[in-house]
Ligand binder design. Structure first.
Ligand code: C5P
Length: 226
């Protein structure tokens, strides 16, 4: 990272590892910016669907990714950031299981990833950035001084997602959720383009069996901010 650039803490890991909540709390605590890179892949999938672009049409998906009109708006503590696409609130639309699954399909395509790269790097601004994703430490911010890889067992991640959805009044089957998580992990870890894996210099934290507060303590310590 160039001297003049703002510091970055990267937090990578699979879905349901607690990354989203932890990065939000960390960014708020430090007063730093937050990049939710997964939202960009979800938005690409959603925009493609709304524009009638097939998830197999790579050249058109690249155009969709390159021309995304996105704004992230801050919300009160504990609430996910409001996400606007072309001025329309799509916060809930991008959080569905289908959108997550479609996001992981478009994320396999290197040209789509390339189209989103600079947009992600532009989030690096003073006083600092907390970057949440799969390849923040390996590809997008390889020079970040602090890299964390947050993980948890697939069973625990399915249980967390199940509770979240149940609280939101969505009727789901835990076995189906576990299967979806396994399929998505498999796709994210085994793709050729920026596969999900810890950077060589990442600190790995396993959040299985830990509360969010306990994870935050460990993450803050790893980030040298305890
Ligand atoms: O983190 P989230 O569940 O929102 O990400 C949705 C999908 O986007 C992931 O399953 C992954 O395939 C993709 N993604 C990615 N690289 C990132 C962030 C997300 O490939 N940096």
């Amino acid at each position: 990272m160039a001297e003049s650039k703002a510091p970055v803490i990267t937090v990578d890991g699979p879905g349901g590892s607690g990354k989203g909540t932890i990065t939000q709390m960390l960014a708020r605590r430090l007063g730093w910016h937050l990049l939710d890179s997964g939202a960009l892949y979800r938005l690409t999938a959603l925009a493609a669907e709304r524009q009638g672009v097939s998830l197999e049409d790579e050249p058109s998906l690249v155009n969709v990714a390159a021309s995304l009109d996105v704004a992230f708006e801050p919300t009160p503590p504990g609430e996910p950031a409001k996400v606007l696409m072309a001025g329309v609130d799509v916060t809930a639309d991008i959080r569905t299981e289908t959108c997550g699954d479609n996001a992981s399909k478009v994320a396999v395509m290197q040209p789509v990833r390339d189209a989103l790269l600079q947009r992600q790097r532009d989030f690096q601004k003073p006083p600092g950035l907390v970057a949440d994703g799969r390849d923040m430490g390996t590809v997008v911010f390889p020079d970040a001084p602090v890299k964390i890889f947050l993980t948890a067992s697939a069973e625990e991640r399915a249980q967390r997602r199940y509770s979240q959805l149940k609280d939101a009044g969505v009727d789901v089957n835990i076995d189906a959720l576990l299967e979806e998580i396994r399929v998505r992990d498999e796709r994210d870890m085994n793709r050729a383009a920026a596969p999900l894996k810890p950077a060589d210099d990442a600190q790995v934290i396993d959040s299985t069996g830990l509360s969010i507060e306990e994870v935050l303590v460990r993450v803050m310590a790893a980030a040298g901010q305890a």
